[in-house]
Design a protein around this ligand. Structure first.
Ligand SMILES: [Zn+2]
Ligand SMILES: [Zn+2]
Length: 347
C-alpha cells in the first residue's frame, strides 16, 4: 500500500488557491473505512471555497483537502467495522454527526448541532484515498451509473427538500435552476406533483429543466410567474415552494405566488439580507421550513429507490462536464462561467 497520494488541496486563503499536492494517505481510525476514490462531484460549496467568499473565510482553515461528493471502493476497514466489506462500491454522507446528542439518539441526525462537514471542517475527498467514518458510508447499487453515484450529495439535498411536504397532486414552484433546483424537477415529478414550474434568469438551464420534466419554465427576466397560472389551470397559487436560488428577490416572488396555506422549503443560502413583507406570511398562513443536508438515512434510502426506478437517466443529464482530476481548474472554470451544471472529476 502506497504511503502518499495526490490530493486537491485548498492551499491558500485566496481566490482559487487550489493545488495538487503529494500528501500522506490518511490513517484509518478504528471506526473508519479507507475508500479509494473513483469520482468526485464539484459542489456549490466547493465554489464558495474556491472563490474565498465571506463564508469560506469564516469557515475554512487551509491547508485542507477539498471536496465531499464521491464514489469509490472500500479498500481497508477499521478494527471496529464488521458490517462493511472490502471491495464494496460506496458513497457517503458528508455531514459527520456527534452520535449522542438529543437529535442523534432519536434518529434525527440531520438536526445535530455538532455536525462537521467533510471537505469543510475536516479533510475532504478530492484525493486518491479518503478515510470516512463507517457510519457515514452508503453502500451503492452497482447498477446505478458511477457518475450519478458521485453526485448523490446534491441529489439528496433535492430529495430532502422536495419531500419536505407532501406534493402528490400539488402545484410546485421551484425558484432557481442550479444543479439542485434542476435535480428537484424529476424528483417532484416522480413524487406525483401536478404542475412543476421552475424559474431562472437564464434560458440554458431552463431548457434542461424542460427535458427533466418541468411542466412550465419561467425566465423571470421575460415573464411573470403569475402569467402562467391560467395556462396551467391554477387559480389560487402554488401549494408547495422549493427555494433553490438563494436570491432574495426570487424568494419574495415565490411568497407572492403561493396559495393560502402554502408550504415553502428553503435550501438556497441567501447571499444578502432578505426583505420580506411578513404580513404575507402571516395572513396567508404560509409555512416556512429551512433545509440543510439530507436526512440520515431516510433520504439516502429513498434516493437509491428512486435512482433504480428511472431517476438515474434524468440525473445523468445534469452531469454536463467530466474531467481528469489533474484538470480540476477546467472543471471549476466551467462552473464559474455558468457553462456546467454538474462537473465530475475522475481519479
Ligand atoms: Zn455537495
Ligand atoms: Zn448529535
Amino acid at each position: 500500500m502506497q504511503k502518499t497520494m495526490k490530493a486537491i488541496v485548498k492551499a491558500r486563503g485566496e481566490y482559487g488557491g487550489l493545488e495538487i499536492r503529494e500528501v500522506a494517505v490518511p490513517a484509518v481510525g478504528k471506526d473508519d473505512v479507507l475508500v479509494k476514490i473513483r469520482k468526485n462531484g464539484i459542489c456549490g460549496t466547493d465554489m464558495h471555497i474556491y472563490k474565498w467568499d465571506a463564508w469560506a473565510q469564516r469557515t475554512i482553515k487551509p491547508p485542507m483537502i477539498l471536496g465531499h461528493e464521491f464514489v469509490g471502493e472500500i479498500i481497508a476497514l477499521g478494527e471496529n467495522v464488521d458490517w462493511l466489506e472490502i471491495g464494496q462500491l460506496v458513497s457517503g454522507e458528508g455531514h459527520v454527526v456527534c452520535g449522542h446528542c438529543r437529535w442523534c439518539i432519536t434518529g434525527q441526525q440531520h438536526l445535530c448541532r455538532a455536525t462537521q462537514g467533510i471537505g469543510v471542517n475536516r479533510d475532504g475527498v478530492f484525493a486518491e484515498f479518503a478515510a470516512i467514518p463507517a457510519n457515514n458510508i452508503w453502500i451503492c447499487d452497482p447498477t446505478i451509473p458511477e457518475n450519478v453515484l458521485a453526485v448523490q450529495d446534491p441529489l439528496g439535498n433535492a430529495i430532502h427538500t422536495a419531500f419536505s411536504f407532501p406534493i402528490l397532486g400539488e402545484d410546485v414552484l421551484i425558484t432557481g435552476a442550479g444543479p439542485i433546483g434542476l435535480m428537484a424537477v424529476p424528483v417532484a415529478k416522480m413524487a406525483g406533483a401536478r404542475n412543476i414550474v421552475i424559474t431562472a434568469r437564464r434560458d440554458a438551464p431552463l431548457e434542461l429543466a424542460k427535458k427533466l420534466g418541468a411542466t412550465r419554465t419561467v425566465n423571470v427576466k421575460k415573464e411573470k410567474i403569475r402569467d402562467v397560472f391560467e395556462e396551467l389551470n391554477m387559480k389560487e397559487g402554488f401549494d408547495v415552494g422549493l427555494e433553490m436560488s438563494g436570491n432574495p428577490e426570487a424568494f419574495a416572488d415565490m411568497v407572492d405566488n403561493m396559495a393560502n396555506g402554502g408550504k415553502i422549503a428553503i435550501l438556497g443560502i441567501f447571499a444578502e439580507d432578505v426583505k420580506l413583507d411578513w404580513d404575507k406570511i402571516i395572513f396567508r398562513m404560509l409555512t416556512l421550513k429551512g433545509i440543510y443536508g439530507r436526512e440520515m438515512y431516510d433520504t439516502w434510502y429513498k434516493m437509491t429507490a428512486l435512482l433504480t426506478s428511472g431517476l438515474s437517466e434524468h440525473i445523468e443529464k445534469t452531469i454536463t462536464h467530466e474531467f481528469h482530476y489533474s484538470d480540476f481548474e477546467a472543471g471549476f472554470d466551467a462552473m464559474i462561467k455558468g457553462e456546467a451544471v454538474k462537473v465530475v472529476l475522475n481519479w
